[in-house]
Design a protein around this ligand. Structure first.
Ligand code: COA
Length: 181
């Protein structure tokens, strides 16, 4: 568990398990991100049903395939991130970081950075020394990952559809972790 102090209130970052999986709160978080224009796999407007269907799949894959971290302020979900450890026999050292999300009203207070620190700590626990992720070129997340030491593997033009129409480029990042830290 990680405790971050933002706005003088403690935010707790912890693993969300099937037993305490709140699909509605997670759906609101995802819908908020999509509405903000974030490229996280969905187009705006994202309905509650569509968002719930996504989280139902995530819930089913929790365990060896995926770990979900949630950030909670006073028990209310304000952010999340996922670690997907690769399952292939030749990739037991690798994991993907997916869907870093922070509620719009909570952004700019260090939660994104704290969630990334927590997911990296988790990757070390899983002895995953190579993290990969991708994000929309030009997004706030791109700058965040660069400042956190992620290296650009490259940029793929026209990778995904933008909320406002057209296609946008995606940047693929990686980071080598020292698992003995
Ligand atoms: C990306 C995101 C998670 C950042 O969360 P956050 O809580 O605002 O991030 P932080 O407050 O920890 O800020 C981290 C850094 O990014 C910078 N940053 C945050 N928002 C920024 C913005 N809109 N433009 C430029 N820089 C920004 C901060 O200045 C900070 O830099 P520093 O740590 O060097 O001072 C949040 O904007 C978000 O949820 N976006 C929508 C979803 C998304 O795009 N996720 C990425 C999918 S791969």
């Amino acid at each position: 568990m990680t405790i971050v102090d933002t706005r003088r209130e403690a935010v707790v970052i912890r693993v969300i398990r099937r037993e305490d999986f709140d699909e509605t709160a997670l759906s609101r978080l995802l819908m908020d991100a999509v509405e903000s224009g974030a490229s996280v796999g969905f187009l705006s407007p994202l309905s509650l049903e569509e968002a719930r269907a996504y989280w139902v799949q995530v819930k089913a894959s929790l365990g060896r395939e995926r770990v979900l971290l949630g950030a909670f302020r006073n028990g209310v979900l304000v952010g999340s991130v996922q670690l997907a450890p690769a399952g292939k026999a030749n990739a037991q050292h690798r994991a993907e970081v997916q869907k870093l999300l922070v509620l719009r009203r909570e952004r700019g207070r260090g939660l994104g950075r704290a969630l990334m620190a927590a997911v990296e700590a988790l990757a070390r626990e899983y002895e995953r020394s190579l993290l990969v992720l991708d994000t929309q070129a030009g997004s706030a997340a791109e700058g965040l990952y660069e400042r956190l030491g992620y290296r650009r593997a490259g940029e793929i033009p026209g990778y995904a559809a933008s909320a406002g129409g057209g296609l946008h480029a995606t940047v693929v990042f990686y980071k080598l972790l020292s698992v003995s830290d």
